[in-house]
Design a protein around this ligand. Structure first.
Ligand SMILES: *Cc1c(COP(=O)(O)O)cnc(C)c1O
Length: 384
């Protein structure tokens, strides 16, 4: 791309209905938001538990800012590793039932660090075709061979793992697929990993806080216990309502990442106040089971009400409830129609999803009420 090619390339995106534009949020994230100066009912955040604007979490961040200031001022391996980070890592490991955990500044950076720390050009990474971009980019950065398998096709995966002569193998998967809302079969994947002497790296960005009785995430809901080949990643900017991410697994794994994960080593530590906020969030996630129960009720209500719409909801039991529209422009028109009716839902288009599978990604939150779902359904019926 040369400087004079940018403008025509952008114009082409426009004509294909693929140009992305940012809207500006005022005030706090939540079920009701002010965006570009207008108030909306929003189904467009990953704030699944309604914690992004929780007063207890905000107070924890404020108190920590008063004690410790804002900037971490250095990377973790210099002097940026604060006691608040250190204690949070212990809490996070216990929360997901694994021996050890390591904080990263974002989930994206975690995957860019973990995969290259374990595999090089002699390795092979196996990824579900619907994995999040960060998992793909982590594999590319490692220079290992990248093999993408058809969504949830474990027979295909088994065969390819068997054929591989790579020195080190790693299977990477989302636990909850971010644009579809369906789940990966973790116990079966772990069996395959064992059988083929591979790592299993699971990205629980959309499961942490949401799945499992106490919100412990996909490992607890699939009853997985610590295993030397298991690497767990969760992000803290979605259900936990804060920011950042952590990787959990064996003690040796975490020690290795401290020494070799470049996105851990060569970046400034997160502000310690975020660790304090996450600590407060963990307590709410575990204690307030009503948030997960409310989500379950809202999912049931949406599915029942959407049955007579011309667009199908995709098969999902998680708060990610995509309405499959098909064409890019049709999805945009539907999103526009909803916006005119005061409802905000993003139209997800290629390359985020395959061609012809544009969708409205309805994402539910414990901050929504039954009336909010009814308002959405009646707007969709009008537009149908
Ligand atoms: C959001 C997301 C990430 C990235 O996490 P950030 O902390 O936002 O960088 C990684 N994986 C999946 C599946 C995600 O949905």
């Amino acid at each position: 791309m040369k400087p004079d090619q940018l403008q025509p390339a952008l114009a082409e995106l426009d004509s294909l209905g693929l140009r992305r534009r940012r809207r500006v949020l005022d005030g706090a994230q939540g079920a009701r938001v002010t965006v570009d100066g207008r108030d909306y009912l929003s189904f467009s955040s990953n704030d699944y538990l309604g914690l992004a604007n929780h007063p207890v979490i905000a107070a924890a961040a404020r108190a920590a800012a008063e004690r410790c200031g804002v900037g971490a001022g250095a990377a973790h391996l210099l002097t940026g590793h604060h006691r608040l980070h250190h204690d949070l890592e212990t809490e996070l490991a216990a929360f997901v039932g694994l021996p050890s955990a390591l904080l990263f500044s974002t989930g994206y950076m975690a995957s860019l660090g973990v995969i290259p720390a374990l595999l090089d050009r002699h390795g092979e990474v196996f990824e579900d075709r619907l994995n999040h971009a960060s998992l793909v980019d982590g594999a590319v950065l490692s220079r290992a061979r990248l093999t993408r398998y058809p969504h949830l096709d474990l027979d295909w995966l088994d065969r390819k793992l068997g054929e591989s002569t790579a020195r080190t193998k790693l299977i990477a998967t989302d636990t909850v697929f971010s644009m579809d809302g369906d789940l990966a079969p973790l116990p079966e994947l772990l069996e395959l990993a064992e059988k083929h002497d591979a790592w299993l790296y699971v990205d629980d960005a959309h499961g942490f806080g949401v799945l499992g009785e106490a919100g412990g995430g996909a490992l607890s809901s699939s009853r997985l216990t610590p295993h030397p080949s298991l690497i767990y990643l969760a992000t803290l900017g979605k259900a936990a309502g804060v920011a950042g991410a952590f990787v959990a697994g064996s003690q040796e794994l975490v020690e290795w990442l401290v020494n070799r994960a470049r996105t851990y080593i060569y970046t400034t530590a997160q502000p310690p106040l975020l660790a304090a906020a996450t600590s407060a969030s963990l307590k709410l996630i575990a204690a307030e089971t009503w948030r997960r129960e409310r989500l379950g009720e809202l999912i049931t209500r949406l599915k029942a009400g959407a049955a007579d719409l011309p667009w199908p909801l995709m098969a999902s039991d998680t708060p990610i409830q995509p309405l499959l529209v098909g064409g890019n422009l049709e999805a945009l028109r539907l999103a526009d129609g909803l916006r005119e009716r005061g409802i905000l839902i993003p139209a997800i288009r290629p390359p985020t999803v395959p061609q012809g599978e544009a969708r409205l990604r309805i994402s539910l939150s414990a901050a929504h009420s039954a009336e909010d779902i009814e308002q959405l359904l009646s707007a969709l019926r009008e537009l149908a």
